[in-house]
Ligand binder design. Structure first.
Ligand SMILES: NC(=O)c1ccc[n+]([C@@H]2O[C@H](COP(=O)([O-])OP(=O)(O)OC[C@H]3O[C@@H](n4cnc5c(N)ncnc54)[C@H](OP(=O)(O)O)[C@@H]3O)[C@@H](O)[C@H]2O)c1
Length: 294
């Protein structure tokens, strides 16, 4: 790739960032579209975060993705925060525009758009395992997508209770979301109530790291309770096919790998940065780049 004087620079800030696949997928798109843009990894320590944002602004960097541990702390250095990202309470995409910083969260919308490629979310019952950062981003976005029921199960029930109450309070007091179904049932619990709840569940999302490489031979749930009417979305992308996904395939259930969320959230960032109009056109390029590195 040749970068001219008119080239644009994008990047990722986090610590550590050596494991990131974002550089591969974004640069693959720039190459395919013949753009003289570059996407670079920037390892930024917590104490340098404010300087890094100011530096990026001064250097005319066009956009940054944000990963652990900066997704929450970086918000205080932003001029504006998108209202879904503000509700989630974490951001992963910054746009630098006319001297201003505007932050977004594309994790949730990435997961939802990839799910909507295989099913409608309207009136669905959804169970999410885990109540950490990924669960939070996905559950807020799901809750405003017309679903009928959301049940969040977590090892530590206090966290699933907190997340459900936060969702209920914020969404019931907002008129911003036309697709939010005011009759949505919100419930929480621990894994002990999974068996009775999975029977009539449409979509199960694993937002825990159970099954993540190198512990790839474990699943967060007993394979005997899976059924063919259940769509299983494992947010883990390494391995591409987790034990949970393999178990779901054995009973002929539809499945989605975390690779989809990774790629769709990246594509949404490219849309925010005005690199592309429609993420759909570049999903395959990004997915191929990610899979080749896994
Ligand atoms: N595909 C993507 O683009 C993408 C993006 C983000 C995250 N992810 C994946 O999503 C998963 C969660 O990430 P995160 O950022 O949300 O992590 P996080 O904030 O640390 O949350 C982890 C959640 O998993 C639960 N958990 C951890 N170990 C567990 C165990 N052994 N048994 C049962 N529950 C356990 C935790 O429960 P407690 O509260 O009880 O500790 C917590 O609710 C990771 O596997 C990550 O790779 C994927």
């Amino acid at each position: 790739m040749i970068i001219t004087g008119n080239g644009k620079v994008f990047g990722l800030i986090g610590d550590p960032i050596g494991h990131s696949l974002s550089t591969f997928m974004h640069n693959a798109v720039f190459k395919e579209l013949n753009l003289d843009y570059a996407y670079l990894p920037f390892n930024v320590k917590k104490e340098n975060l404010s300087n890094a944002i100011n530096g990026a602004k001064s250097l005319n960097i066009k956009g940054l993705n944000v990963t652990i541990p900066h997704k929450i702390n970086v918000m205080k250095f932003m001029d504006e925060i998108d209202f879904v990202a503000a509700m989630i309470g974490a951001v992963n995409t910054i746009k630098f525009e006319n001297g201003k910083t505007i932050a977004y969260n594309t994790d949730g919308i990435g997961a939802i758009k990839s799910l909507e490629k295989i099913t409608s979310l309207k009136n669905k019952k959804i169970i999410i395992l885990g109540a950490g950062g990924a669960s939070r981003a996905v559950s807020f976005q799901l809750a405003i997508s017309g679903i009928n029921e959301l049940l969040i199960l977590n090892r530590n029930t206090e966290k699933s209770k907190y997340l459900i109450n936060d969702l209920k309070n914020k969404l019931n007091n907002s008129d911003n979301f036309s697709d939010f179904n005011k009759d949505t049932k919100f419930n929480y619990g621990d894994f002990n109530i999974l068996k009775e709840n999975i029977k009539d569940c449409d979509i199960l999302i694993n937002a825990t790291p159970v099954g993540l490489y190198p512990n790839a031979n474990v699943s967060p749930i007993d394979e005997n309770i899976l059924h063919s009417d259940l769509i299983v979305y494992d947010l883990i992308y390494n391995p591409i096919e987790t034990k949970l996904i393999k178990d779901a395939k054995k009973v002929d259930g539809k499945t989605l790998s975390g690779v989809k969320m990774l790629v769709y959230q990246g594509a949404e960032s490219l849309k925010i940065w005005d690199v592309i109009d429609d993420p759909i056109n570049i999903i395959d390029i990004m997915e191929k780049a990610v899979i080749s590195k896994l």
